[in-house]
Design a protein around this ligand. Structure first.
Ligand SMILES: [Zn+2]
Length: 185
């Protein structure tokens, strides 16, 4: 037991020493934890705007076409349902993920700025706009303390506090005044 404890301390000390030695090289390098920049070709791909409502893919298939998926697939994939009835699956990534986390997001009318890929049915969300009374708002989540935007419902990634909806009215020069700041939704 004593021997094991000593060994444990030895490992801990060696680990700390190792971290200290290697810390400067992490700082110098581009952090391996930083999000990878999209490939240049991907950035150059034209963006597309699509309108619609957020739905669960499995539920929409059942409602529109009577297709019954497995129970575990009913709420496994998010899609945009266009006014024409097209179902466009949305890639679950940093921008698409939020739709599967916050059910309040399923009640809005949207315009999504997306990236499409040849031969791929799914669209990748780049920017999210909501519509209220015919007016277009840029949507994100916001921490009032840290003043940073986020794209999914969670504790603030900086202060761990609560974040809230932020919808800013779109004007000719981009987003402007906020819609109903602080309103419970
Ligand atoms: Zn914060």
């Amino acid at each position: 037991m004593t021997k094991l404890t000593t060994l444990g301390w030895l490992v801990a000390i060696l680990c700390c020493a190792g971290l200290t030695i290697f810390a400067p090289s992490f700082a110098d390098d581009k952090s391996p934890l930083a999000p990878a920049a999209p490939a240049a070709a991907e950035d150059a791909r034209p963006l597309e705007s699509i309108r619609g409502r957020i739905v669960w893919w499995g539920e929409a298939l059942k409602r529109r076409h009577g297709i019954v998926s497995d129970a575990d697939a009913m709420k496994s994939l998010i899609a945009l349902e266009t006014p024409a009835g097209e179902l466009i699956p949305l890639v679950k990534d940093a921008r698409g993920r939020g739709f599967s986390i916050d059910p309040r997001l399923h009640k809005f009318d949207y315009e999504l700025l997306v990236r499409r890929f040849p031969g791929v049915a799914a669209a990748q969300v780049v920017r999210v706009y909501t519509f209220h009374d015919g007016k277009k708002y840029e949507f994100d989540y916001w921490c009032d303390i840290c003043a940073i935007p986020m794209y999914e419902l969670k504790d603030c990634e900086c202060c761990q506090g609560e974040i809230r909806f932020r919808e800013r009215l779109m004007g000719p020069n981009g987003p402007g005044a906020e819609r109903n700041p602080g309103e419970a939704r």
